[in-house]
Design a protein. Structure first.
Length: 378
């Protein structure tokens, strides 16, 4: 966690960072659903007051028994204005992940995305990984999730780079090889007031580059979901809500932090508002969870706010219906049930010698899955 905190502190983000803003995207030629120009205004000429305010609640790293308790409390009886359950996106890594909980979350309507198999340190090594290494990590985790959580591989469409450290073009090339459709790894300060909307990479990377290297090529049809920075009480910025310099110490501070940042979206462009977190924020202080839940209670009173998965939000970007049609557009997910029989799998850690426990929905693999061996086969 110290390494993670150090990296996140870097994301108090340098305003002097470079920008690759593209001016050449022509909305007449870049047409939905396959293409969407970068913009700080709602798509298709809609006005902010006429669109739903989308909220993305995302969590990084393994789904465990400890954080599943918090996830359950967040999801319990929470509904969108159309009486459908709120949903969240989980960027999952392999070590310590419970694939039965992963299965449970998916089949209650939440989204499962890839955040690599190893999530290895130091963070800086991810900047120089090859296409093959990224494919083994991101695409491999996609395969591991599908098999051991027993969920459709086609449903795993997104990824987030470990520690938000990509290799620029290399990472996007690996995404394409792995069948992944969108990335949510790149923070933006320059395009946070008003906030930018998701866009496709048909005309390249169109935001400020906060964590180099950033992509310089084009990737038609691949979506980039900007991580709009949050601002703490003193105006310091952070891409993850648990990474701001001024730590919240009470539930009121946590609530105010989240609500003030939400208001900056809601009162301007109404671009999707992301609360990107590591569940350890709730363990740091229980008051953080209390403030988080209070914030969600507040949103539940607002008839134009929909808490949806990132992929649901991108479907809206492809077909941006007005608020009057949002209830039907974000209809309750119909997911056919799938079997999950809990199995505890035991392996010896070849480096440290301790026991590794993997909880799976399907028969145990021969060995612990690793990059290059996502199914754990001998």
């Amino acid at each position: 966690m110290k390494i993670l905190a150090a990296l996140l502190s870097v994301l108090f983000l340098n305003l002097a960072a470079s920008s690759n803003v593209k001016e050449s995207c022509n909305p007449a030629e870049c047409v939905a659903p396959d293409c969407r120009c970068f913009s700080q205004s709602p798509p298709d000429g809609l006005h902010p007051e006429d669109i739903p305010q989308l909220v993305f609640l995302t969590f990084d790293e393994a789904i465990t028994k400890t954080n599943m308790v918090n996830y359950s409390s967040i999801l319990h009886n929470r509904k969108n204005p159309n009486d459908c359950p709120v949903t969240m996106t989980f960027f999952v890594t392999h070590d310590s992940n419970d694939y039965t909980f992963t299965h449970q979350l998916f089949y209650t309507g939440n989204e499962i995305a890839s955040a690599s198999i190893s999530h290895s340190t130091p963070a800086q090594t991810w900047a120089s990984k090859t296409v093959e290494e990224w494919t083994d990590e991101l695409g491999g985790m996609r395969q591991t999730l599908a098999k051991f959580a027993n969920i459709p591989i086609a449903s795993i469409q997104g990824e987030r780079a470990p520690f938000l450290q990509t290799s620029g073009d290399v990472t996007f090339q690996a995404m394409q090889k792995s069948g992944l459709k969108w990335d949510c790894s790149y923070p933006t300060i320059k395009y946070s007031e008003p906030a930018a909307f998701p866009y496709t990479m048909d005309y390249g990377f169109a935001q400020d580059c906060q964590i180099e290297p950033c992509p310089t090529s084009t990737y038609p049809g691949v979506w980039n979901v900007p991580m709009i920075v949050l601002r703490d009480v003193e105006g310091h910025t952070c891409s993850m809500a648990d990474g701001c310099a001024n730590r919240t110490t009470t539930s009121e501070e946590a609530y105010t932090f989240l609500k003030s940042n939400f208001n900056s979206h809601y009162n301007s462009s109404k671009a999707p508002f992301g609360v990107h977190l590591h569940a350890a924020w709730f363990l740091e202080k229980s008051s953080n969870l209390d403030g988080y839940l209070q914030f969600l209670d507040d949103l539940a009173t607002m008839k134009d706010v929909y808490i949806v998965t990132v992929s649901q939000g991108l479907e809206w970007m492809k077909n941006p219906v007005p608020l009057t049609k949002a209830n039907e557009f974000f209809s309750c997910p119909k997911i056919a049930p799938s079997k999950c029989t809990t199995r505890n799998c035991y392996f010896e850690d070849p480096i440290h010698g301790n026991e590794i426990v993997m909880t799976s929905c399907v028969p145990c693999p021969d060995v612990n899955p690793t990059p290059g061996n996502p199914f754990g086969e001998l």
